[in-house]
Structures are given as structure tokens and as C-alpha cells.
Design a protein around this ligand. Structure first.
Ligand SMILES: NC(=O)c1ccc[n+]([C@@H]2O[C@H](COP(=O)([O-])OP(=O)(O)OC[C@H]3O[C@@H](n4cnc5c(N)ncnc54)[C@H](OP(=O)(O)O)[C@@H]3O)[C@@H](O)[C@H]2O)c1
Length: 316
């Protein structure tokens, strides 16, 4: 069994400036963990194996959260499969393998529900991994994530001193999300689109797909709390799902967003555009058994994220 993480243990959060990484840092701090290290990209480039090796050899963290990745919505994923595969493999291989070589005992890798087979029976269990073909639009990203999951599995099976495992979150949203029109996920993309349409009195807004695809959305702080809880879990899971186990149609999300942004025009669904997998709800029995459950209300958090983004001029 690896060492327990205590209040002054050294915790390295890779990708600490991102939406998930920054939320993990907030959750760790609120649980009293004080010794958190999260260098920004210009101080530690995770593409550079030598930098990663030197850093981990010097710091020797007790725990790593690997939340650094190339991440993005359906458009950028499907247009840049090569980059999503290559860059994510680079980051993961560097951090996971160099952590092993530096004798780091504990590592939590952020996977994604995208790794599961496309349009598979739901709710999807952890055991369903690799039981069917992937959704093609994010194949590069998913393949990289599967390699990261397996690298953690293989290292953990080599030694009791390697507690490396993967958390599989559903679709997330929250503070520090990416609002770029080219690379954002569906929630920030629609918040921005409908905000602009509302402010400029535009008559109609186009939404990709039929509106019938369903997504399981969770506020990122619920995921972060799960990660912190899993850090000292008595039970070892190679892979563990974290989600609400409830999904909504994209058209329902659009209804919430039109209300929040005050958009009164017409919504046009463009079914010629990609909409990804039609349904993917996670079975979360395993994480619920250890006493975690999502606490935040979807619509309240959506309003909060919108207000925050508006105040920070992220919707312009
Ligand atoms: N967002 C979701 O809905 C979602 C859902 C399921 C799983 N996840 C997983 O959660 C993790 C974090 O996602 P996120 O949404 O927080 O993404 P994010 O906001 O884009 O954050 C990613 C972070 O990785 C950093 N990074 C990327 N390449 C780097 C490099 N070469 N060197 C150093 N840092 C680098 C970025 O740094 P910069 O700030 O410098 O760019 C950023 O801080 C990912 O593994 C993702 O697959 C996310």
C-alpha cells in the first residue's frame, strides 16, 4: 500500500491553470492541503521530457494530479485528431512514466467519458472500456486517453508502491473554462453565442446538430471533490467514473441558455453539422459507494458561470 496523503504532503497538480486543475487546487486547499505545486506552462513545459524528469526528480511529489492536456470541443477535436493524439500522448507519457522513474507513489490521471464506446448501452460501466468502436470525431483524444489509462494500470500492477489510476469524468463546465469560439466545449460555446446574439438583437442562432443528442453535464467542483476524496481511498480502482448519471438533451441546454442570456430570437438546429455521440451516461455506482455524490445544481451553476464570464469579458 502506498503512503497516505496528509496535510503537508507535496501535491503536484499538472495543468493547474486549467478548469479542472484550478478546481482541484481549490478543493485541496479547502480540505486543508497546503503544499500544492502547480507551475504554469512557461515554467514547466510538459511536452519536454527532460524538464519533466528534472522537475519530478527534484520535487519528488507524494501525489500527482494529471489534469494537463489538449482539450476542446467537437470542431477542434475532429479537425485536429493528430494533435489531440500526439500532444496528449506526449504529456501523459512524460508525466506518468517520469513519475514512475522518480518513485512517485500516487498519481491520478484525468481521463474522459469519451474513451467509452460510441452509442453503447447506458449507463456505461468502467468494465465497458474497449468493448466497442469509439466516436470518430474525438478518436485521437480518446485513443491517447486510453493509452494513459493503460499505462497507469500496467505500472500499478507492477508494484504495490504504484497507486496510479484514472478518473473518468462526464462533460464538465465551470470557472476557468475555455470560451474561445474555435476550441470551446458546448456550454461555453453556446453561452458566448447566445450572449452575443442577445446583446446585438440578432434574430436567429444556429446550433450544431439536431438538438437531440444527450449529454451528462457536471459542475467541475463536484469532480474536484471526487478527486480529492479518491486520493486516500482504501479501495484501488484502475478506472472510476465520476458523473451525475443524469443527462439532458442539447435542446434542453439551449432552453436554459436562452433564458439565462435573455435571447428571444429563433434557434435553428443544423443537422448537417456534427453532434458527436447521441447518448453517454455514466454508471457511478462505484464512486457513490465511497460516499461521494454531486452536490451542485446544474442551472444555478450555469447562471454563476455565465455571470462570471460576463464580468470577466470572456463572452465578447
Ligand atoms: N472539460 C471537460 O469537460 C472535461 C471532461 C472530462 C475530462 N476532462 C479532462 O480533464 C483534464 C483537464 O481539462 P480542462 O477542461 O481543465 O482543460 P483546460 O482548461 O484546457 O486545461 C488544460 C491545462 O493543461 C495545460 N497544458 C496543456 N499542455 C501543456 C504543456 N505542454 N505544458 C504545460 N501545461 C500544459 C494548459 O496550460 P495552458 O493554460 O498554458 O494552456 C491548461 O492549464 C483533461 O485531461 C481533460 O481530458 C475534461
Amino acid at each position: 500500500m502506498s503512503n497516505k496523503i496528509i496535510k503537508n504532503s507535496k501535491i503536484f497538480v499538472a495543468g493547474g491553470a486549467g478548469m479542472v486543475g484550478s478546481s482541484i487546487i481549490r478543493s485541496l486547499q479547502s480540505h486543508g492541503f497546503e503544499n500544492i505545486i502547480a507551475p504554469p506552462r512557461d515554467e514547466l513545459d510538459l511536452f519536454n521530457r527532460h524538464e519533466v524528469k528534472e522537475f519530478l526528480g527534484e520535487i519528488k511529489p507524494d501525489q500527482i494530479f494529471l489534469a494537463a492536456a489538449r482539450v476542446g470541443g467537437i470542431e477542434t477535436n475532429s479537425n485536429n485528431k493528430h494533435l489531440f493524439l500526439y500532444e496528449n500522448l506526449l504529456i501523459q507519457n512524460n508525466v506518468i512514466y517520469e513519475a514512475h522513474k522518480a518513485d512517485v507513489e500516487n498519481l491520478i490521471f484525468l481521463g474522459s467519458s469519451c474513451v467509452y464506446p460510441n452509442n453503447f448501452q447506458t449507463p456505461i460501466k468502467e468494465e465497458d472500456l474497449m468493448q466497442g468502436p469509439l466516436e470518430e470525431s474525438n478518436e485521437g483524444y480518446s485513443l491517447a486517453k486510453i493509452c494513459g489509462i493503460k499505462l497507469c494500470n500496467f505500472l500499478s500492477s507492477t508494484s504495490k508502491k504504484r497507486n496510479y489510476f484514472s478518473v473518468m469524468p462526464c462533460n464538465l463546465f465551470g470557472l476557468n473554462d475555455n470560451f474561445s469560439p474555435k476550441t470551446s466545449h458546448v456550454i461555453p460555446a453556446l453561452l458566448r453565442k447566445f450572449y452575443q446574439a442577445s446583446k446585438n438583437n440578432i434574430e436567429s442562432v444556429e446550433v450544431w446538430g439536431t438538438g437531440n443528442a444527450r449529454r451528462e453535464f457536471m459542475y467541475v467542483d463536484d469532480l474536484a471533490d471526487a478527486c480529492v476524496k479518491l486520493m486516500n481511498s482504501e479501495t484501488f480502482y484502475n478506472v472510476i467514473n465520476v458523473g451525475t448519471s443524469k443527462d439532458i438533451k442539447i435542446s434542453q441546454l439551449v432552453e436554459h441558455i436562452t433564458k439565462i442570456t435573455g435571447f428571444n430570437g429563433k434557434v435553428i438546429y443544423d443537422s448537417s453539422k456534427k453532434e458527436g455521440t447521441m447518448r453517454k451516461v455514466l454508471n457511478t455506482d462505484k464512486i457513490r459507494k465511497i460516499g461521494w455524490f454531486p452536490k451542485r445544481n446544474f442551472v444555478d451553476e450555469l447562471k454563476y458561470v455565465y455571470k462570471n464570464a460576463e464580468e470577466k469579458n470572456l463572452l465578447l
